[in-house]
Design a protein around this ligand. Structure first.
Ligand SMILES: CC(C)(COP(=O)(O)OP(=O)(O)OC[C@H]1O[C@@H](n2cnc3c(N)ncnc32)[C@H](O)[C@@H]1OP(=O)(O)O)[C@@H](O)C(=O)NCCC(=O)NCCS
Length: 177
């Protein structure tokens, strides 16, 4: 198991084969998936392939997406996607929590700790895009210090949708914790 960091309540690590059922369950939950871009249903077979692929990537990876598992009491309850540019200076993040884990500060704790790790690894700016209807996501980004900088578009299940674009400038010298 590749652990990236631990927080007071959580472990952030690369995904492993046993995560597939939890991933398939929360990614298939309509309330979790509705404002996200993945196709539905998110079957167990697809989750197994996804976990095998992303779990095999090391850390850090440049010019590609990585997926970090958020573990609570030994079970994966969510994930954070991280994409870094080829020079490693700009990252884009996305995040998901299973419904049962929402509303308890876990996303703030996990994403906040990951931002500190990215900063210590030389990332200088982090971008995030969220549906303007996604109030919980907007609150999370603002709580973490992001600024709303404008609007863009993305594809959600074949449809072009409007996104709010957020940016966080990191001090590259900040250390983890
Ligand atoms: C976006 C998402 C991760 C935010 O999750 P969240 O549970 O609202 O965020 P946190 O885990 O940080 O919890 C914060 C909430 O818990 C509350 N909370 C309760 N106990 C807490 C504690 N001990 N510590 C901190 N906050 C606590 C906070 O007050 C806050 O509530 P509020 O937003 O109503 O003020 C979640 O809504 C989600 O997974 N949505 C579906 C996927 C999605 O849309 N992702 C975004 C795509 S860009």
């Amino acid at each position: 198991m590749t652990t990236l960091l631990t927080t007071e309540r959580l472990v952030l690590r690369l995904m492993q084969p046993g995560d597939a059922p939890a991933l398939a369950a929360y990614r298939s939950d309509p309330e979790v998936a509705t404002l996200q871009g993945w196709d539905l249903p998110f079957t167990l077979e697809r989750a197994e392939r996804f976990v095998a692929e992303v779990g095999a990537l090391g850390w850090p990876v440049l010019d590609d997406w990585q997926q970090v598992a958020i573990e609570l009491d030994g079970a994966m309850v969510g994930d954070i996607g991280v994409h870094r540019t080829a020079d490693g200076q700009v990252a884009t993040i996305g995040y998901t929590l299973a419904r049962s884990a929402q509303g308890q500060g876990y996303a703030t704790e996990a994403v906040g700790a990951l931002l500190a790790l990215l900063s210590s690894e030389g990332v200088r700016r982090v971008d995030a895009a969220t549906d303007p209807e996604n109030a919980a996501s907007a609150r999370l980004l603002l709580r973490l210090g992001f600024t709303l900088v404008g609007r863009g578009t993305s594809e959600v299940r074949g449809e072009t949708v409007v996104d709010d674009l957020y940016v966080l400038a990191l001090d590259g010298s900040r250390t983890q914790g």
